[in-house]
Design a protein around this ligand. Structure first.
Ligand SMILES: Nc1ncnc2c1ncn2[C@@H]1O[C@H](COP(=O)(O)OP(=O)(O)OP(=O)(O)O)[C@@H](O)[C@H]1O
Ligand SMILES: [Mg+2]
Length: 196
C-alpha cells in the first residue's frame, strides 16, 4: 500500500537485520514525502523462523537507534513469532475491532490470551448508526482495557490509490479531513496512555 513491491527487490533489509541480531545495524527506513518512514516486510520473513525473543530484542535496539517518538509494527494476525516478538517489545498493542459477531468472538478470545499485555482497542469501520448490541458487548468485553475513539467506515478509503498518509495530506478535502481527524484522535489517545 505504501508502494513497495517485494518482487522488485532482491535484498530483504529487514530479514538481514534480524539475522544480524540486536548488536547489528538497524535497517534504514525508506522515506518519502507525506509517508511514514518504512522498513518493508517481505514474504520470506514468514519462512525465516526467527524466534520471537530475537525479534523483540532487535526491535528494542532499533527503536533506540532510530530515536523517533514512536515505532509502529504492523503485524500479521494470529500467533506467529514475528507478531509475538513485536507484542513483547511493544509499550502498547493497538487492536482494531470490528463491531460484528464473529469479530467480537475473536476479540474476546484474544483478550483472554493476552491479559498480560497493555492493549488499546480501536473500533474501526463503524457505520453511521452503530449496532447498539455490539457497542454494549464491546464495553462489556473490554472491561478495564481502554477503548479509543472510533474510526468510521469511510467507503472511499478502500478505493484510494494515493500513497500519502491520510493524516499528512497538504490540502485535504472535507471527507479526507474527517477521516484524518479520527485517526489523529486515536494517536492522541495512544499518547495519553503512554504519557507522551
Ligand atoms: N475505517 C475504514 N473505512 C473504510 N475502509 C477501511 C477502513 N479501515 C480499513 N479499511 C479498508 O479495509 C481494507 C483492509 O484494511 P487493513 O489493510 O487496515 O486491514 P488488515 O487487516 O491490516 O489487512 P491485511 O491483512 O491486508 O494487512 C483496506 O482496503 C482498507 O482500505
Ligand atoms: Mg494489515
Amino acid at each position: 500500500m505504501w508502494g513497495y513491491d517485494p518482487g522488485q527487490h532482491s535484498r530483504v533489509p529487514l530479514l538481514d537485520a534480524l539475522e544480524a541480531g540486536p548488536d547489528g545495524r538497524a535497517p534504514r527506513p525508506k522515506t518519502a514525502p507525506r509517508r511514514p518512514g518504512l522498513v518493508p516486510a517481505h514474504p520470506d520473513l514468514a519462512a525465516s523462523r526467527i524466534p520471537d525473543d530475537l525479534v523483540a530484542d532487535c526491535l528494542l535496539a532499533w527503536a533506540g537507534e532510530w530515536s523517533k517518538g514512536y515505532v509502529v509494527v504492523d503485524t500479521h494476525p494470529g500467533a506467529n513469532p514475528l507478531t509475538d516478538g513485536a507484542m513483547q517489545a511493544a509499550d502498547l498493542v493497538v487492536v482494531p475491532v470490528i463491531l460484528a459477531a464473529r469479530e467480537m468472538d475473536a476479540l474476546e478470545g484474544m483478550l483472554a490470551d493476552y491479559v498480560a499485555y497493555r492493549l488499546l482497542l480501536v473500533p474501526n469501520m463503524v457505520p453511521g448508526v452503530p449496532n447498539r448490541r455490539f457497542v454494549e458487548r464491546l464495553a462489556r468485553s473490554a472491561g478495564t482495557t481502554p477503548v479509543a475513539p472510533p474510526i468510521s467506515e469511510h467507503r472511499w478509503l478502500r478505493r484510494r490509490l494515493r500513497r500519502a498518509a491520510v493524516t499528512l495530506e497538504l490540502n485535504p478535502g472535507a471527507r479526507l479531513k474527517a477521516a484524518a481527524d479520527e485517526f489523529q484522535r486515536v494517536a492522541v489517545t495512544v499518547g495519553e496512555i503512554l504519557g507522551h
